[in-house]
Write a protein that binds this ligand. Structure first.
Ligand code: ADP
Length: 650
């Protein structure tokens, strides 16, 4: 952009220069035409006067007779004519060139009696032509344009010349008021009319030194020294093309007396005071064919230079704007491409990360799946172990119960034997009635034994693993019955009332039986030595849970034993009486149901075990209600010591 900037500026300025030069040339030609017609108009204004007067009878008479009376009359006539027409002077010269009558006859500078035969305009009239001549007046010392015409009475010989002098100062002043630099040179190349007073009567063509004295002597240009135009550089155009030159301009104020005569010494001083300060101009030229004069129009080149400078500045600014816009667009395009590249890269990176992550996740998934299956296997093994434990617990319980069972069965067996022996005796005696009563007793006793064995059979069955909705009343009742049948001490005073329409809980009947059996057996064992052994069962519904509280009036649990109560093989019973597996099995079962089991000591004495089971389906926002409460049901709120067994404990 910076490299191209000078080129653009240069091109703009050159193009603009060319355009402006053509315009200035065209404009100059138009203006010169105006100035030319202006000048022609001023000259022609009085051209008719000598031609008309040359045929005037009064002039012709004067030319022929030259009587003083005629001359006086013509003087007055010409004076009036000059006043009316605005001509400077009108006068008649005889064939010798002596003025006979003149419009200024009455002034100090009167032409009357003066001979101007040496003037070219007289010679032209003498030759039978209309004479045109620009010069300073000999008498008046005022520059003017002379037009002469031959006077030939009856078309005969030359008898004199009629002359009108028109001074062009009005024109000069009008031009000077304009802001333009215009000048007219005569056939000698001397500036005779100009809008710049300091240039007047200066030599533009460069008069050869040989003819300079002659010109000075003719006083055509008054006393002006005919100094050369102060050309500093360049030359005046030879044809009608545009020229460039610089002139030393004067800082001196223009002379007020240009119309009047300016003495030579005064002009010399004026020239000395002129200070050279070159100023460039563009010059256009045209020619006045009749007089052989040339008109020059000088246009201040600073105007052109200023406009070229402005054009260069505008060109440069446009260049910067256009290039800046292109630069900005390119930058934006590059930024956009970079953004696209970054986006593509990010996308690729994201895809790569996703692939890596997916691979990670897949391997984690695989690992998890493996862990899950491992866990399932472990859980299965655990469940099997637990089932084995339950079974072992049951068998242990069976073993414990076997003494009682033996005792229970032994009793009816002994009774059956005695009833059977007696029945045989009564039959032999023919006492059939007593014999049949004995047989009825035997039947009752076997029924009782059958119930005991039936319970044991059911209890020894291996449990199913699946939980399902269960009504707790049934397994609870079964266990109570079993314990009663086996004659468990303490249960003689069982405080329990079955509750109807209890919500079903999530459990498995056999396992639940096992839990109830363990807790109730322990409770019965604990209060066996009491004076009045009592076990209480209370059932309550709390939210979506069913709470079963089993309490006794035994010695309770030592506080230091509470934390390890549910640990396997923890027992306080003597060797052979307990294995310490009952509560740990209960804990495992409750956990598998999603329920809990906890133990605490009652304030009134004795222990209380709370079994909490999840309801299989909600019963509809019932408030916790104690469904059945024993008179001395342990208070669960004011616990002294509590062991909570829950899933989190393991
Ligand atoms: P075991 O009955 O074979 O000892 P358990 O696991 O059933 O094994 O019981 C562990 C221990 O918990 C018992 O030895 C006993 O000290 C205590 N225990 C259980 N129930 C009660 C209870 N109702 N009152 C006092 N202590 C109890």
């Amino acid at each position: 952009m910076l490299i191209l900037l000078p080129v653009t500026v240069w091109l703009t300025t050159e193009l603009w220069r060319e355009t402006r030069l053509v315009e200035i040339t065209e404009d100059g030609r138009n203006k010169l035409e105006l100035y030319q017609s202006n000048l022609q108009g001023a000259i022609k204004e009085h051209e008719y006067l000598p031609i008309t007067l040359a045929s005037d009878k009064r002039i012709l008479d004067l030319a022929q007779r030259a009587s003083p009376a005629d001359a006086a009359a013509v003087n007055i006539y010409l004076e009036k004519l000059a006043d009316d027409s605005g001509a400077s002077d009108i006068y008649f010269m005889d064939r010798n060139g002596t003025t006979i009558a003149a419009s200024n006859w009455n002034s100090d500078a009167s032409f009357v009696g003066r001979n101007f035969a040496f003037r070219p305009y007289f010679k032209q009239a003498e030759a039978g032509l209309t004479g045109h001549y620009f010069a300073f007046g000999i008498t008046s010392n005022v520059p003017g344009y002379y037009i002469s015409h031959p006077v030939r009475p009856n078309g005969a010989d030359f008898e004199g010349a009629m002359v009108v002098k028109t001074h062009l100062e009005t024109l000069v002043q009008r031009w000077a008021r304009g802001n333009e630099n215009v000048l007219v040179t005569d056939e000698n190349g001397i500036v005779i009319i100009t809008s710049r007073p300091e240039w007047r009567f200066r030599d533009l063509a460069g008069i050869p030194p040989s003819i300079r004295p002659e010109l000075m002597a003719s006083r055509k240009y008054g006393n002006y020294p005919l100094d050369p135009m102060p050309v500093h550089q360049g030359a005046w155009p030879d044809d009608d093309t545009l020229g460039i030159l610089s002139l030393a301009s004067s800082e001196t104020a223009p002379s007020e007396g240009l119309i009047s005569d300016a003495p030579a010494n005064k002009n010399a001083q004026h020239t000395e005071k002129t200070k050279s300060n070159p100023k460039p101009y563009l010059v256009t030229r045209s020619t006045l064919p009749r007089q052989g004069w040339k008109i020059y129009l000088l246009t201040d080149k600073a105007v052109l230079d200023q406009s070229i400078l402005t054009a260069g500045f505008i060109g440069g600014a446009m260049h910067i704007i256009v290039m800046g816009t292109i630069f900005v667009l390119l930058q934006r395009r590059r930024a956009m491409l970079e953004q696209i590249e970054i986006r593509d890269w990010s996308q690729r990176e994201l895809e790569r990360q996703v692939r890596l992550r997916t691979a990670d996740l897949m391997s984690t998934n695989l690992r998890l799946a493996e862990e899950i299956s491992e866990r399932r296997r472990t859980e299965d093994a655990l469940r099997t172990a637990q089932a084995e434990l339950v079974q072992a617990g049951k068998l242990a319980a069976l073993g414990q119960m076997s003494a009682g069972i033996a005792h229970e069965i032994n009793q009816p067996l002994t009774a059956i034997r005695s009833y059977a022996d007696n029945a045989l005796k009564f039959i032999s005696r023919g006492n059939n009635e007593t014999a049949s009563r004995n047989l009825g007793r035997i039947s009752e006793l076997t029924e009782r034994m059958g119930r005991i064995t039936n319970h044991l059979k059911t209890f020894a069955r291996r449990p199913k693993h699946d939980t399902h909705p269960v009504d707790i009343t049934e397994p609870l009742q079964k266990v109570i019955d079993l314990l009663r049948e086996t004659g468990r001490a303490g249960l003689a005073e069982l405080d329990y009332q079955a509750v109807e329409n209890l919500p079903l809980v999530t459990a498995e009947e056999n396992q639940l039986e096992q839990v109830f059996l363990n807790i109730l057996s322990n409770a019965a064992d604990a209060c066996r030595d009491e004076e009045c052994p009592t076990v209480g069962i209370a059932i309550a519904e709390k939210g979506n849970r069913i709470l079963v509280k089993i309490s006794d009036n035994g010695p309770g649990i030592l506080p230091e034993n509470l934390p390890q109560l549910f640990d396997p093989f923890f027992t306080t019973k003597p060797f052979g009486d307990g294995l310490g597996l009952g509560l740990s099995i209960c804990y495992g079962i409750m956990r598998s149901f999603g329920g809990t089991i906890r133990a605490e000591n009652r304030p009134a004495g004795g222990a209380c075990f709370t079994i909490e089971l999840r309801c299989a389906q909600r019963t509809g926002g019932k408030t916790p209600t104690s469904i059945s409460t024993a008179p001395d049901t342990p208070d669960t709120t004011g616990t002294e010591t509590t062991a909570i067994a829950s899933g989190e404990r393991i």
